[in-house]
Each structure stands twice: as structure tokens, then as C-alpha cells.
Design a protein. Structure first.
Length: 254
């Protein structure tokens, strides 16, 4: 035999690599031309329920109230309610005292009377503590005999509070007109302090909001005040534009 290689032929042609030894490119699905990853599993389970709010511990609230040495002096600030003529002042003072005591939500109904759970021995005690706090509020309503007789038949301080609001909160058109007129037409008298004059305007605006459900913007109040100033004072604030004027700005300048 000559010097030729007698090994069996692999069937491969010279210069070509057999197909079995090449690295094939990954196949791409024709149904996913952009080669996007398959969609992830979607969780169809409902979200977990938020934790059940814990009941208010009225025994603790009652203890904190008793430990506050300033409560006794605070309740003396509540004037006696005699009727519509002083309802606004009475309600403001009573609410302020109860907010200081931390129990105003019993009055407003946000802390409703707890129900007694037969399976929870502490629920009856908690309901008793709520009742004690509610009675404490009623005790310090400070009503005239005539007014008290009109709400005595009701059960809770919240019910009495709402009934007194219906009976005595000023809502007449005459009262609304009175406050609006005081804001717009009353001019500054230099015999009083200017900041007191501005404060009275703000108070009329607050009461207007209580009666009508809407107050005037502070810039409107400031414009009305400026228009009622004496000329020598009006000149000192004439440079303030209507869109930037405020009652605080007037007080700071005058």
C-alpha cells in the first residue's frame, strides 16, 4: 500500500465541518417573535384582610382623666347654656375642654357605646367604663334648668349634644346677614387696637361658616378691611396687590 491513510472515511468533505459538531442556535418560537419571557403566574388569591382594630380601653382613658389635676379647673370654663344667645360660646368651650381631656370622641359619637360580648369577660367592664365617662360628660354640660329639661329624656351625651345643636345653634338668615355685614361694612375705628379689629372680622367669618357652611377667603377679609381704613393708613398698604393680600400682612404693617 502506498502512504495514503487507510482509516475508514467519515463521509465528510474536505474543508467542511460535520453538522453534528456545530453549535446550533437556539430555536425561536414563531408565535413569540419578540422572544418575550413567558408571563409569570398571576396570584388570584384575595389580599390579606387588615388586622381587626383593637377596642378602645376606656378603663385606661378613665384613669388618665382622673390623674390629670388640671381637669377640675378646665371644666369650670364651660359657661351655662341658656339658649340660642350663647350656644356658640358654650359649644366651643365644652368641646375645647373635652378635647383637652381626650374624650371628645364620646361626645361626637366617634367612640360609640361598646357592645358586650358574652364570650369576652372584659367587654362588660369596658362598657361600664364608657358609661362612666359618658355620665361625666353629661354632668359637666352646665345647662340651665329650662335647657336641661329639653334633653333630659335622651340617653347619651352624644344624643343630647346633637339635640341641643338642633334647638339652639343659630341658623337664621338674619344671623348670617349680621355677620356678613360686620365683615363687609364695619370700618376701622382708631380708638381700638388694629389687631383686635382684625380678630373680630375673623371671628365673624368663623361664625358665618358655622351658620352657612362656608367662610370667605382670608384675602377677601383683608380687602374689606383695607377698604375701610382711614386714608393715611390705607396708603401704607396700598402697594399690596389683591391676589397677595392677607390679614396677617395688614397686621404686620399697620
Amino acid at each position: 500500500m502506498s502512504g495514503t491513510d487507510d482509516s475508514p472515511s467519515t463521509g465528510a468533505l474536505p474543508g467542511l465541518t460535520p453538522l453534528s459538531t456545530t453549535t446550533q442556535p437556539p430555536l425561536t418560537s414563531t408565535s413569540n417573535p419578540n422572544n418575550q419571557p413567558p408571563p409569570q403566574h398571576v396570584n388570584t388569591n384575595p389580599p390579606p384582610m387588615p388586622p381587626k382594630p383593637q377596642p378602645i380601653d376606656f378603663a385606661k382613658v378613665h384613669t388618665n382623666l382622673g390623674a390629670n389635676s388640671l381637669v377640675k379647673s378646665a371644666v369650670t370654663r364651660v359657661p351655662m347654656l341658656t339658649g340660642e344667645e350663647n350656644y356658640t360660646n358654650w359649644s366651643d368651650q365644652l368641646m375645647a375642654v373635652l378635647e383637652y381631656c381626650g374624650i371628645e370622641k364620646i361626645l361626637t359619637g366617634d367612640w360609640a357605646q361598646p357592645t358586650i360580648d358574652a364570650n369576652d369577660a372584659s367587654s362588660e367592664k369596658n362598657a361600664q367604663e364608657w358609661k362612666a365617662l359618658d355620665s361625666w360628660i353629661w354632668l359637666h354640660f352646665n345647662l340651665s334648668d329650662n335647657v336641661r329639661s329639653q334633653v333630659r329624656h335622651l340617653t347619651t351625651s352624644c344624643e343630647r349634644w346633637n339635640e341641643l345643636k338642633k334647638l339652639f345653634k343659630p341658623t337664621s338668615a338674619t344671623s348670617i346677614t349680621l355677620h356678613l355685614t360686620s365683615i363687609v361694612n364695619v370700618r376701622f375705628d382708631e380708638s381700638i387696637k388694629f389687631e383686635d379689629f382684625v380678630a373680630s372680622k375673623r371671628e365673624h367669618n368663623r361664625l358665618l361658616g358655622e351658620l352657612s357652611g362656608q367662610t370667605l377667603p382670608d384675602s377677601y377679609i383683608a380687602i374689606f378691611i383695607r377698604s375701610g381704613l382711614p386714608d393715611h393708613l390705607k396708603q401704607s398698604v396700598a402697594h399690596i396687590t389683591d391676589d397677595t393680600i392677607t390679614t396677617d400682612a395688614l397686621v404686620n404693617i399697620i
